[in-house]
Design a protein around this ligand. Sequence first.
Ligand SMILES: Cc1cc2nc3c(=O)[nH]c(=O)nc-3n(C[C@H](O)[C@H](O)[C@H](O)COP(=O)(O)O)c2cc1C
Length: 221
Amino acid sequence: MSDQPTVPLAFEAISPQESRARLEKFATRLRKRRTVRDFSPDPVARDIIEQAILAAGSAPSGANQQPWTFVAISDPAIKSRIRQAAEAEEKAFYEGRAGEEWLDALAPLGTDWEKPFLETAPWLIAIFMQRWGQGPDGRRVKHYYALESVGIAIGFLIAALHEAGLATLTHTPSPMGFLNEICGRPDNEKAIVLLVVGKPADGCRVPAITKKSLDEIARFI
Ligand SMILES: Cc1cc2nc3c(=O)[nH]c(=O)nc-3n(C[C@H](O)[C@H](O)[C@H](O)COP(=O)(O)O)c2cc1C
């Protein structure tokens, strides 16, 4: 055993029945999450966003380097700049860069280059991956499995916001370099996702899509 300091694990032993009951509840709730593209302008309190970001920040990460920065944006002027920049990229994407195959894959979702939700929704959270860090002496510190770590943290964030009764849209206007400038993030950071957060608009509808069955996604060996 190493001589690094340790603390007792906060572990709660539960019965298999309790596991099943909890999972049933949790999975049922998770299955109700849907990506929303029609948001209400209703405000959402900042402390709710803070708690959700803290939940995301509890995610596991390579060597516990926590290589993420969450930029939460509610300022209408900044949201408007983001919308303009994102729509410029998305227009180029939908009108050529995407190519037929990608557009075919997107067809069931009915999306296009216009992104009014970037201004309507009360919050945008830009999640940046720190490709490398900085040691106390200013030297570059390599980050291990940064992309995997950030992906997991984003999953925690989406689940936490869903649990808080909020809707999200995982948005990835491509490329997202404009977010560094607008959010004032340094060159070692790369935007991975722009999460749109708020309540769904009244009467919001979502694409009629399905999820794969257990047989299709899992193998037990
Ligand atoms: C990495 C990633 C990027 C995505 N990018 C976009 C996007 O740019 N625009 C969009 O409308 N939806 C985007 N989505 C949402 C997916 O289209 C959506 O998750 C998928 O259709 C399944 O629907 P559901 O989230 O309602 O289950 C993205 C999702 C993921 C995980």
